[in-house]
Design a binder for this molecule. Structure first.
Ligand SMILES: N[C@@H](CCC(=O)N[C@@H](CS)C(=O)NCC(=O)O)C(=O)O
Ligand SMILES: [Zn+2]
Ligand SMILES: [Zn+2]
Length: 192
């Protein structure tokens, strides 16, 4: 049976991040004039995502995606090559129109994650980025044609790498979204 390609930064075990890491540059896959994004700090909530919308390297079942405050992200070269993949999505994913790599995703509407940009640290040559913390939207890979009979192999491989598996985001992030929604709807006090 073919080995599972979860993601290059997960397949052979995780590389722990550096708590003092100060950020670095991401580049798309173009050989000439790559789009460059500079991040002014380390990322947060790095995770594997199996959903159909997050950018995955060729052949991988999962994306690895993290967030960073939007004021810490600057497009520093060849930003004219960026285009929004799907302007109707909550996350406006900005991709290189030549190589297809997603450089950053931004939320412009009212949303619990407004102010955070979504990025893929594998696009950086620097070392020290936070390692993946969990695996989200695992069942979504079936929607993209993955054999459901092998999904337990995927979950086992993720768990043996140290990544808990979920079919939405992790419980703390889902709780944060629910808390934001309750405050917005007046079901919880605004200030708490
Ligand atoms: N099963 C769906 C899940 C899509 C989904 O909900 N993705 C999550 C995780 S990235 C999300 O927050 N999407 C918002 C967006 O893509 O704008 C799929 O695979 O397309
Ligand atoms: Zn490119
Ligand atoms: Zn996703």
């Amino acid at each position: 049976m073919a080995a599972l390609n979860i993601h290059p930064s997960i397949n052979n075990g995780l590389t722990k991040g550096d708590p003092n890491f100060k950020g670095g540059k991401l580049q798309c896959h173009c050989k000439s004039s790559p789009v460059e994004v500079t991040l002014g700090g380390n990322v947060l909530h790095n995770h594997a995502c199996g959903c159909s919308k997050c950018w995955k390297p060729a052949g991988s079942l999962f994306s690895v995606v993290a967030v960073i405050p939007r004021d810490q992200l600057k497009v520093t070269a060849n930003g004219d090559k960026l285009k929004i993949v799907d302007s109707s999505a909550v996350i406006q994913r900005n991709a290189c129109k030549d190589c297809g790599v997603h450089l950053f995703g931004r939320i412009e509407n009212e949303h619990p994650f407004h102010g955070l940009d979504f990025v893929h640290v594998e696009l950086s040559n620097e070392k020290g980025w936070q390692e993946p913390q969990f695996a989200a939207f695992v069942s979504s890979i079936i929607e993209q044609g993955f054999n459901p009979a092998r999904i337990d192999d995927v979950r086992s491989k993720l768990k043996s790498t140290g990544l808990e598996t979920y079919d939405a985001l992790s419980p703390p992030l889902m709780d944060a979204i629910a808390t934001w929604t309750a405050k917005k709807n007046g079901k919880l006090p605004q200030e708490k």
